[in-house]
Design a protein around this ligand. Structure first.
Ligand code: NAD
Length: 346
């Protein structure tokens, strides 16, 4: 992490943008909204609400995540820029309603350049509260479960990768391993099972794996070994940084497509996967179903239009795979290049 005194220099290097801060004395709200880019429309990005050891870490988190949202929105052809909110979670909130009202007012003060959504630490409950005080909010209980669309997008990503790498139009008879069968992983397991794949799953929660064994005949393995299981597709749907120098050498699947955010521990891990001939679907492309839903619901798009956009993940990934193969660059580098092109030209 760069030295904290260099926040502006760091932000400038990342292509920012704006950084907004709010201190609300009455409620003890300490919030940061980072706006990376507004070229495609108002910035859409989640609101992270967690403890930070210091303000510098919170600011860097906001900067990193906001920039990621610019790429994610661009590559998903959404009419949004990239932004993110980080609220430094206090040990105790005296009045939650007033606290999130203060956050909503902060959003209003920005005049609509930032639309907030749920992220780690916030749920539909907080978004519902916020929606009482601002219209610049999505991911409320009214819009439905984003995991449905995220899982569908990952499924389309798996189908694209299977077609590209294995030349197959169907998942029938393929073996798919899923790390983490929570909201997204479970729905993905269900679809893969219905399409005729056999499954191996792992989760730290035994009830979640047991449900997959009972409903889909999935084999259960330990969370420590799931990536070492020989399969056609490995789907990381739990943790970030799962693809690192220790795990990659043990991966026994020619394809990796999952929903987890920040799957690569470092950019160099994308290069390593490419050198080993493992086809990796860049996470922010494959897992964009949730943000596509948030955007579509915000603008009142039809279900048909929303599903068409999520289905588009198949074509976007195919383009990335083809370009990676032609240029001998990693799929993760190609995804960033493509997002930049869309940002500049579309
Ligand atoms: P979730 O919390 O419902 O599921 C995650 C599951 O992973 C849980 O069942 C948890 O027990 C399990 N898990 C935790 N540590 C594990 C480990 N070491 N090994 C195996 N399993 C482990 O979350 P989710 O909504 O299903 O999201 C899954 C991933 O996808 C997260 O990284 C999330 O950030 C990302 N994501 C989710 C969405 C969405 O719409 N929900 C959208 C984009 C990205």
């Amino acid at each position: 992490m760069p030295h904290r005194r260099d926040i502006f220099k760091h932000a400038e290097k990342l292509g920012f943008g704006e950084l907004h801060f709010k201190i609300d004395h009455e409620t003890q709200l300490f919030a940061i909204i980072a706006i990376h880019n507004l070229k495609r429309g108002p910035a859409l990005g989640g609101c992270r609400w967690r403890h930070y050891d210091n303000t510098g870490d919170a600011i860097y988190d906001a900067l990193r995540l906001a920039r990621g949202m610019t790429f994610k929105s661009a590559i998903s052809h959404l009419p949004h820029g990239g932004g993110k909110a980080v609220i430094i979670r206090p040990a105790k909130v005296r009045n939650k309603e007033r606290y999130f009202e203060a956050y909503a007012k902060f959003i209003n003060e920005l005049g609509g350049i930032y639309i907030t959504a749920a992220d780690s630490g916030t749920t539909v409950e907080e978004m519902d509260l916020i929606s009482k005080y601002t219209k610049f909010v999505t991911s409320t209980s009214k819009i439905g479960n984003p995991a449905i669309y995220t899982a569908h997008g990952v499924l389309r990503g798996i189908e694209a990768a299977v077609k590209f790498k294995l030349g197959k139009d169907s998942l029938k008879g393929l073996h798919i391993t899923i790390q983490g069968v929570g909201q997204v992983g479970y729905l993905l397991a269900k679809s893969c099972h219905e399409l005729g794949a056999t499954l191996t799953v792992s989760d730290v929660n035994d009830e979640s794996t047991l449900r997959c064994a009972q409903e889909f005949g999935a084999e259960i393995v330990s969370p420590k070994t799931i990536h070492t299981v020989k399969a056609d597709v490995f789907a990381p749907c739990a943790l970030g940084a799962i693809l690192n120098h220790q795990t990659i050498s043990k991966i026994q699947s020619p394809i990796i497509v999952g929903s987890a955010n920040n799957q690569l521990a470092a950019n160099s891990d994308g290069h390593l996967l490419h050198r080993l001939g493992i086809l990796y679907a860049p996470d922010y492309v494959a897992n964009a179903g949730g943000v596509i839903q948030a955007s579509a619901k915000y603008y009142g798009d039809s279900e048909e239009k929303l599903l068409k956009k999520v289905d588009g993940i198949y074509d976007t990934l195919t383009t990335i795979f083809e370009r990676s193969s032609k240029t001998h660059k990693s799929t993760s580098d190609i995804a960033d290049e493509l997002a930049m092109e869309i940002l500049e030209n579309e």
